[in-house]
Design a binder for this molecule. Sequence first.
Ligand SMILES: [Zn+2]
Length: 154
Amino acid sequence: MADIVTPEKRSRMMAGILGKDTKPEMLVRRALFAEGFRFRLHRSDLPGGPDIVLPGRKVAIFVHGCFWHHHAGCRFAKLPSSNTNFWRNKLDGNVERDRRAAEALRSAGWRVLTVWECATRDKSVVLSIGALVHRWVDDGAPVGEIAMRDSAAP
Ligand SMILES: [Zn+2]
C-alpha cells in the first residue's frame, strides 16, 4: 500500500496511538523488559483490564495514577479543594472498582501487583523498579504494591 500521509501527519498519528500508554506505564514496561520478562498488554478480557500481564506467572500488574485511583495517604492523591464531595464520590467509585477487579482476579488464580505512579516519580525507587517487581514476582505473594518510599502518611 502506498504511503500517502505526510511525515508530519504520520508523526501526529503515532503520537495519538502512543498517547494511550502513559509515561509511568512505559517506564514499568521498559524496566520489566530489562529484567527479562515478556508480557502482554491491556488484557481487556480480564477483570479491570490489567495494564501488564505476565501470562506464564499468572501475574496481573496495574500501573495506577495516584489521583484517579486515590492512592491512600499519598501526597499526589489530595482531593481538590472545590467540588470536594463530587471528587470524593468519584474517586471512591474508582477505588471500589479497583478493589472488585483485584478480588475477581484473585479468585481466578491471578496474583495482583499495583505499581503506583508515585513510585515512578521517586528517583530512588525508579532505578530499582524492575528489581522490585522481579522480587515480588519470585516471592509468590498474592497481592502487592510498589509506591514512593515516603508517599504514605505516617
Ligand atoms: Zn502515590
